[in-house]
Design a protein around this ligand. Structure first.
Ligand SMILES: [Zn+2]
Length: 312
C-alpha cells in the first residue's frame, strides 16, 4: 500500500502533517468567559466541550470514518485530558461519557474497544483473521501460522458499506476509548457492559505528550494521539484506502500545545536560577488565585442555592 510520506523531524514531530495554521490560537492572549458555563477559558471550554467564540469560526473540523465513544473516569481532570480535542475538532463523530455513564451498544459485533488486553489484536491482524475465515477453514490454518494468534471464534459476516471496505471485513460502527490513568481504566474495562467487545491495539507509536504518566514508556500515548493513530490505521487497514492526511487536524490543539510547551521549556532553560524562581513563584500565585476564585464562585453558588431554598 502506498502510504503518504510522513516527516518526523527532531524539531517538529508534526512537520509534514496536514494541520491548519494556528494563527487564530496564537492571537488569543487572554482568557475569556465560556458563553455557556461562564468559567474562565482560553481556546475551548473542556466542561461544555465547545470552542471559545473568539476562535470558533477559524477552527478546522474533521469527519471520521467511524463514531468514537470516549469513556472517561470521573476522577480524570477535564482540563488535563486531550480527549476533548477530538470532540471539538470532530463534533459530529465523537461523544464523551463520564463513567459509570457509558454508550448503549445495539450490536456489539460492530464495536471495537481500544484496550491492550492479552487477546487484543491489531487492525491489520483483524483484517487477516476476517479475510481468512471468509475464505474457508483451509486458510485459517495458514493465518494462525502467519500472525501467531490463537484461533478466533467464527464471526458473523457483514456486507459492509459499498465501495469502502476490504472484501469480507466487517464495517464497524463505533470504537470505544477509555480516557483515564492506567489503574482507573482497568476498573472501567472490567465493567460487564463492555464485555464481549473485540479489543484492538495500535501499532507502536512514540508519544509527544508533555504530561507523561510516571513509570510509563514513551509508547504510552495521550488519548488524542491514540484516537488519531487509530483513525489513520482504520482508514488504511479496514477501509483499505490511501491516506491523504484528512484526519491530521485531530492533532490541531495537541500540536499547538506541544509547541507552546517546547517554547516555554527552551525559554526556561535560558534563564538564570533567580529568574526561574521568580517565574515559578508567579505561576504558583496564579494557580492559587485561580483556586481562590473557583472556591469563591462555588461559595456564591451555595449561597444562591440556599436563598432559593429559603424563598421556597
Ligand atoms: Zn463552559
Amino acid at each position: 500500500m502506498a502510504e503518504r510520506q510522513r516527516t518526523q523531524s527532531g524539531d517538529d514531530p508534526f512537520a509534514g502533517l496536514n494541520i491548519d495554521s494556528h494563527e487564530s490560537l496564537e492571537n488569543i492572549k487572554d482568557r475569556s468567559f465560556c458563553p455557556k458555563c461562564h468559567a474562565s477559558r482560553k481556546y475551548f471550554c473542556y466542561t461544555c466541550i465547545i470552542p471559545m467564540p473568539e476562535v470558533a469560526s477559524s477552527l478546522p473540523t474533521v469527519s471520521l470514518p467511524v463514531h468514537i465513544d470516549i469513556i472517561k473516569h470521573p476522577r480524570e481532570i477535564d482540563g488535563k485530558s486531550t480527549a476533548v480535542h477530538a470532540a471539538i475538532i470532530a463534533p459530529n463523530d465523537v461523544t464523551i461519557y463520564t463513567y459509570p455513564d457509558i454508550p448503549q451498544f445495539e450490536d456489539k459485533a460492530k464495536v471495537l474497544l481500544v484496550y491492550p488486553t492479552d487477546n487484543a489484536v491489531t487492525l491489520k491482524d483483524l483484517v487477516k483473521m476476517e479475510s481468512s475465515s471468509t475464505n474457508g477453514a483451509a486458510h485459517s490454518e495458514s493465518h494462525i501460522a502467519d500472525t501467531g494468534l490463537p484461533p478466533q471464534p467464527k464471526r458473523t459476516k457483514y456486507a459492509g458499506i459499498e465501495g469502502q471496505s476490504t472484501e469480507g471485513v466487517r464495517q464497524f460502527e463505533r470504537v470505544v476509548f477509555i480516557d483515564s490513568t492506567w489503574n482507573q481504566s482497568n476498573q472501567i474495562f472490567r465493567d460487564e457492559r463492555l464485555q464481549d467487545l473485540q479489543c484492538v491495539i495500535l501499532k507502536t507509536q512514540k508519544t509527544h505528550f508533555w504530561r507523561t504518566q510516571p513509570d510509563k514508556p514513551d509508547t504510552y500515548l495521550a488519548t488524542i494521539e491514540a484516537i488519531y493513530y487509530f483513525t489513520l490505521e482504520y482508514h488504511q487497514e479496514i477501509l483499505a484506502t490511501n491516506y491523504q492526511g484528512q484526519y491530521d487536524n485531530l492533532l490541531y490543539f495537541f500540536s499547538f500545545m506541544y509547541k507552546l510547551v517546547q517554547k516555554s521549556t527552551a525559554e526556561t532553560e535560558g534563564l538564570s536560577k533567580e529568574e526561574k524562581q521568580v517565574r515559578h513563584r508567579r505561576r504558583t500565585e496564579t494557580t492559587t488565585l485561580e483556586a481562590q476564585l473557583r472556591r469563591q464562585k462555588s461559595r456564591q453558588k451555595c449561597l444562591t442555592d440556599l436563598s432559593v431554598l429559603i424563598v421556597n
